[in-house]
Design a protein around this ligand. Sequence first.
Ligand code: NOJ
Length: 482
Amino acid sequence: MDWRAGVVYQVYPRSFMDSDGDGVGDLDGIAARLDHLVELGVSALWLSPIYPSPMADFGYDVSDYEDVDPVFGSLESWDRLVAEARDRDLRVLLDLVPCHSSIEHPWFREHPDWYIWGGDGDGPPNNWLSAFGGPAWSRHPQTGRWYLHSFYPEQPDLDWHNPEVVEAFQEVLRFWVDRGADGFRLDAIDRLVKDRELRDNPPATAPFGLPLHPDEAVLEPRYSRDRPEVVDALAALRAAVGDALLVGEVYVPTARMAPYLTQLDRAFVFELLHAPWEKRALRDAIEAAAALRGRPGAGPAWVFSNHDFGRLSSRFGRENERAAAVLLLTLPGTAFLYQGDEIGLANGPGAQPPHDRLGRDVCRHPMQWDASEHGGFTTGTPWLAAVDPAERNVAAQREDPASLMNLYKRLIALRRDLDPSFRVVELSPEVLTFERGSDLVALNLSSEPVQLPSGEVLLESAPGALTRGSLAGHAAAVVRSY
Ligand code: NOJ
């Protein structure tokens, strides 16, 4: 099967595996745990940023795009990781952060014209707001000039109208492709290009369509994001990488995603990620995204959780985590699986004081490999405590045929055999059903059992979930030739 249609496993490097006992995960740790990915059957891994960074936004504030932060290792540990991945037929995707750099990147001092400035007046040049709350402009302490930051003030936005910026990123991409990267997840890509004239955003008259920080939601982001010119910038990225996989973090409603897919291979479907566990919301989000087309082979990237928005079992509820796994892994196209979801890791308590100012520590707790105090993640003191390693860990779930992890394994194996075709069908009010060729996927969205048409049961979300045609509440199943 084409790896691009397989499952991509998101590794949050800080929290996956620590090889040197400093309490922070690293590349050698990831390399040492690649067999877990092989066991699951995924095709590729995506690494959240590994570049040198002051870590104001845990790596999404890059101070050198062509190196590895010492806390994660070195370029040599990257080379080792790539070699180990190749040996196992796993592809490796990096996270490119082109919208902004760290304020500590030498570019900010050496090439101020690569950034977006708004003069040195008494106030910011327009009313734009940051995705993380408050104004999107801060005053540069040395010069008194206003600079734009779509996220934290430590993340000044780069000016993609400047051809030198475009060339600099083309070089970055070529650097990593030459060094073994098979593709890139593109961070905050709908914010890459802004209005040249920096016009004020109008007041919002309708909801954006996806959750936003309440501060940002009061304006319609007409001039600060999702600009038509973004397609030219994406074309330049495409030109630099050839056929490497480009996956966009395109944080716009599905109805506005098509232009991005003229250049990108995949775009995350945030409408589905944010959908409540309700039939109509899920079905509408899936149908709209499944119809997306673009460059040859382009399509949706299905995702239910990541390091920003909370863990799968916390967002959908423990009772629905198995059915959610069935849904994620039976949709047509590429699925992204966030580390730890396969063992049902829930959101944790975070830390006091918090590491992340926005409260996202809760979904960044370390991977739990075994039942020991720190879950086998580190021999030192973990940067964030393990959540519940005694209840949930890879070693125990491997041995239990009925475990969530073994369900993920079965699903990832099964999805290779599913017909590429996809069609939502309506069989019963409480059940979300779709066909993959002559196979039927059914998810019971209610808490009561429902009757399904008979057929050969290929998979059930838990042992006995589908018995004599009755699908238990909250359960899911795949039935052949129904
Ligand atoms: C999206 C990333 O996933 C998130 O973690 C980060 O804070 C923002 N983009 C800004 O880079």
